[in-house]
Each structure stands twice: as structure tokens, then as C-alpha cells.
Design a protein around this ligand. Structure first.
Ligand code: 3PG
Length: 395
């Protein structure tokens, strides 16, 4: 695979797939800059070499056709500001205006197309659509790690229509940091898994079990494990069809000598709502009418101790509904422990999505080793899957 450092963009037009799928506030300002910050180095390198960049991305999951709330026009100003140069907005990604703008693009200039997913052809991996995007440039730069697990027109199929293709800095960084966890991590290695569903994390838990010393399970998925062991979980989330699997995972962990930790207590609510009445219970004895919405203080303390003794930490998924104050303590406590472990010399990788948002909201972004720009993509990379966006670069 050719990497960006080995390529000179002088006089070249680069068609650059980035992941600018960033969360927006109701007034369309950017809520989290992680993905914007991540692509700056790649664009700067292209421009510094004397090349120009045609940036393209998706945003959210629009149905089909233009939808203002999913327009990348909202990202133009913050991107220009971070880059320190004006980013031109090309609009309709396969429109005549974008064609003309791309044709006129001078060395040192950068333009951004509107949301590729306004065309269903993007997700379908349509060849004509990919060919059109490819036709405007000399080289394809793939730097959308967050979308590299999708075999879409701009993330994989386009490679067929470009003579030259290189991976950008984000791709390189993500793969390198993932390896620090999956290939021979410093020990003890603790993986912290959270989020609502065990079914989303089965493959990751199974693979991580091969290398982890401790696996901490929090979030909604923990209650499937408690129910599987005969616990009473009130109205907590539970995947009834995964009860056997949960028991199997517990047994597997025992057999491998992996310390699997579940939250002994929970902060519960009488409904799934920010204003729910709050009560604490042991996680295997939750009262009728209540549901676990965060790990409890005893669990938070136990998890923290294990995390702080670790030399490598992977965190994927919050411990509770961390955006609601009454149910944020578990995630905050875990984030603090991860930050302190990192400051004591551990390598910590935050696996994107909600756990990354939690770390950033707390202002802990600089206190952990690496925050992935990928949610699903990081998960699949760690599960050992071949990502189409990486495979396309290798062809
Ligand atoms: C993400 O946010 O994980 C990526 O941008 C991919 O988005 P998708 O899950 O809608 O393909």
C-alpha cells in the first residue's frame, strides 16, 4: 500500500475521501471536531506539495436526495478555519458546478463536494458514480477511516478508476494504534466494553479474549449477562436470544484465565428518561419497574482499580446513559481511570463513537493516548476483518 508520505502531489489534483460525518448542534454548528481535526494533516500535505484537493464525504444517513440537515455546507466554515485556507463548496457531488470548480482548481486550492449519500449510488457502490468522482482527479487519497468498513463508491469502488491511490495520515494512524492493542499489547491489558447490545460486540469480545487479561463489561449489555446467570434485572435491557451466548462467553473467559468483570451494582431509573426516579440496586437484584441505566458506585470503584493497574487499555462503549447527568457517573469514573492510567504510562485507545464523545465532553481528549475516528470501522478492524477501504488501496 502506498502511503501519503511517499507521494509528491506537485501539480496533481487529489480526489480525497475523508470522513466528515460529524455531529451537529441544532443550529448546525459542529459539536465534535475530532474528525475535522483528523484530516487537516493530509490536506495540508497535498497543498504544501503544490497539489490541489477535491474533498468528498458523507454525512449521516439521508434517505435519497438533498436534505439541508445533512448538507456538508455546514462543515465548510469550520474546516476552512482549521485548515487556515478557504475551502470552496462544490455543491451537488456529481453536478456541473462541481465539475467546473474541479476543472478550475489551482495548486494550493481545496474544494469540498456535498454529501455523497444524497445519491443512493454511493452506498450501492455504483461504478458509474465512482467513475464520475474519479474523473476529476489524478490520484485517489483514501483517508476516511470511519467509513473504511463500507464498500461504497467513494471508499472502495473508485479505486478501479484511478491509476494512482494512496492512504492518508488518518488511515495510517488508526491501523498503527489498533495494532498496539491487537498485536502483543503491554500487560496487564484491560478491555472495557459498553453500550446497549452484546450482539454488537460479540466478535470483538471473542477476539479480545485471546489477548486480554481483564474484560470489563458495562452499559446496557451487562444485564443480558446477569439474566443469563439467573439474576433479576427489572426492566433493564436484555437480549433474550443472547442469554446462552452470554453464558458461553463467561465460560470461555474462565477457561482462558481472563478476568471478566460485570458491574456488581447499578444506578437504575423507573423509566428510560432523563427525569426518571433514581434508585440503586445490586445488578442481579433490580426491582420490578426499574432499569439499569448506569453502573453503580461499587462497580465504578472496582473497575477503576483494575484500569489503573493496566498497561494497555481499550475502551469501546459507555458505561451508562452518560448524556443524562443522573446516569453519567460510571462513564466519568471510567474515563478518569483511563486518563490516570495513561498518565502513569499505559497506552489507551478509545474506540470511537459514544466513548470518544464522552472523553471529549469531559475535556479528557489530551489525557488518553489515542481516540479513534471510527466507531464501526475500528470495531471491525479489531475483530480482524478486512476493511474494503483498506483492501481497495492494496489491490
Ligand atoms: C460512522 O459515523 O461510523 C461513519 O461515518 C460511518 O457511517 P455509517 O455507519 O452511516 O456508514
Amino acid at each position: 500500500m502506498k502511503t501519503i508520505d511517499s507521494y509528491n502531489f506537485a501539480g496533481k489534483k487529489a480526489v480525497v475521501r475523508v470522513d466528515l460525518n460529524v455531529p451537529l448542534n441544532p443550529d448546525f454548528s459542529v459539536r465534535d471536531f475530532t474528525r475535522i481535526n483528523a484530516v487537516i494533516a493530509t490536506v495540508k500535505k497535498i497543498v504544501a506539495d503544490g497539489g490541489s484537493a477535491i474533498l468528498m464525504s458523507h454525512m449521516g444517513r439521508p434517505k435519497d436526495g438533498f436534505e439541508d440537515k445533512f448538507s456538508l455546507k455546514h462543515v465548510v466554515a469550520p474546516l476552512s478555519e482549521k485548515l487556515g485556507l478557504e475551502v470552496k463548496f462544490g455543491g451537488d457531488p456529481i453536478g456541473a458546478e462541481a465539475d467546473a470548480m474541479a476543472a478550475d482548481l489551482k495548486p494550493g486550492e481545496v474544494m469540498l463536494l456535498d454529501n455523497l449519500r444524497f445519491y443512493k449510488e454511493e452506498k450501492k457502490g455504483d461504478e458509474e458514480f465512482a467513475k464520475k468522482l474519479a474523473s476529476r482527479g489524478d490520484v485517489w487519497v483514501m483517508d476516511a477511516f470511519g467509513t473504511a468498513h463500507r464498500a461504497h463508491a467513494s471508499t472502495a469502488v473508485i479505486a478501479k478508476f484511478m491509476d494512482e491511490k494512496v492512504s492518508g495520515y488518518v488511515m495510517g494512524r488508526e491501523v498503527e494504534n489498533a495494532k498496539k492493542i491487537t498485536d502483543n499489547p503491554a500487560r496487564p491489558f484491560t478491555a472495557i466494553m459498553g453500550g446497549a447490545k452484546v450482539s454488537d460486540k460479540i466478535l470483538l469480545i471473542e477476539r479480545i479474549m485471546e489477548v486480554a487479561d481483564n474484560i470489563i463489561i458495562g452499559g446496557g449489555m451487562a444485564y443480558t449477562f446477569f439474566k443469563a446467570q439467573g439474576g433479576t434485572i427489572g426492566n433493564s435491557l436484555c437480549e433474550e436470544d443472547k442469554l446462552d451466548l452470554a453464558l458461553e462467553l463467561i465460560e470461555k473467559a474462565k477457561a482462558k484465565g481472563v478476568n471478566l468483570l460485570l458491574p456488581v451494582d447499578s444506578v437504575c431509573g423507573d423509566k428510560f428518561g432523563e427525569d426518571a426516579a433514581v434508585a440503586s440496586y445490586d445488578s442481579n437484584a433490580i426491582a420490578d419497574g426499574y432499569m439499569g441505566l448506569d453502573i453503580g458506585p461499587k462497580a465504578a470503584e472496582e473497575f477503576s482499580k483494575v484500569i489503573k493497574e493496566s498497561k494497555s487499555v481499550l475502551w469501546n462503549g459507555p458505561m451508562g446513559v452518560s448524556e443524562w447527568e443522573n446516569f453519567a457517573n460510571g462513564t466519568t469514573t471510567v474515563a478518569t481511570a483511563v486518563a490516570e492510567a495513561t498518565e502513569a504510562g499505559a497506552f489507551s485507545l478509545i474506540g470511537g463513537g459514544d466513548s470518544a464523545a464522552a472523553v471529549n465532553t469531559l475535556g479528557f481528549g489530551d489525557r488518553v493516548s489515542y481516540i479513534s475516528t471510527g466507531g464501526g470501522a475500528m470495531l471491525e478492524l479489531m475483530e480482524g476483518k478486512v476493511l474494503p477501504g483498506i483492501a481497495a488501496l492494496e489491490d
